[in-house]
Design a protein around this ligand. Sequence first.
Ligand SMILES: Cc1ncc(COP(=O)(O)O)c(C=O)c1O
Length: 365
Amino acid sequence: MSQIVPRPSLRKISPYIPGKSIESVRREFGLKEVVKLASNENPLGVSPKAMSVYRKASKDCFLYPEGASPELRKALAQFHKVPEESVLIGNGSDEIIRLFCEAFLDENQEALTSQYAFVRFRQQSLLMGASVIEVPMKNWKLDLETMAGALSERTRLVFIPNPNNPTGTYNSQKELEKFISRLPPSAILILDEAYYHYARLEKDYPESIPLWAPRLPNVAVLRTFSKAYGLAGLRVGYVVTNPETIGWMDRIRMPFNVSLPAQRACIAAIKDLGFLSKGVSLNLKEKVFLEKSLPQLGFELVSSACNFIFTKSPIPGKQLFQKLLERGIIIRPLDEYGLSFHVRISIGKRQDHLKLLKSLKAILK
Ligand SMILES: Cc1ncc(COP(=O)(O)O)c(C=O)c1O
């Protein structure tokens, strides 16, 4: 028997369960065609302009990248009309969630978030030995009123995913303004806006960067290149917040956290507004289609501001997941969140949805 002893806080953490990959399903079930509707990726793939820059930049792979991604930082600062020192680039927004926890959480301190909030907030906060307060949701939405009541002098970080994964719900500008007015100066609010490009179609969704970050010192806005930009595989995310907060996180960032081709491809992606809007329009059209079709098969829907549907299945989620896998379709069961009948289905292309609906009909008949 080994004598290896992990940090005590590690025992509280279960490994993150990523969506199943297309390759693993092909191997496991001997299938040629597999449709993945499990990780909220972009069904249109990558912007051709970003791809061309990526290919060119890959010739320089023998070089270390510039550590702080200065060109991408500058491009994002210009895009958002904020100072460069207010932007930090991470290896996916996942790395930035981790950096927040490593820089600002310790034992006897608290991270505040919601029940059913994106699972990484909890995992990273527990790793630092902090307590995690998860306020129950109201109608599958973050209850900001009750969350504000749970703020204390021990609260160091507040995670508000807006909209939230996996529920797909969002909080309005008014609700957030009220919450921010009750935020103590010693707590940092992290607005995780991974699905910003889809959610901004909602009338009362806030434009948080011009409104609050970096204008308010303890509000941080987190964005990613993994969803609407279609660059999940390159692992790039960023945060906009006050330079002092960024300075603390920059000290512990991995020295070369984002590869050179990834940095350059992201600069090209920001400029390709055509690709972005094509993806957002397709998502809206296909969301309407699924929202009409799924209830006819007995699914209960929650209105989504994202590129996925959160729904209660007529049969247990794991069972549905398994039966769809056998037919070459990957969705996401949500047992990890303690939701045994709910599943998350990423929005793809029409042909993916037709295949999904046909399989669901056969499974549920
Ligand atoms: C709410 C939310 N935040 C953050 C992330 C992490 O994204 P990435 O690390 O790819 O930027 C995700 C990914 O699914 C997410 O749903």
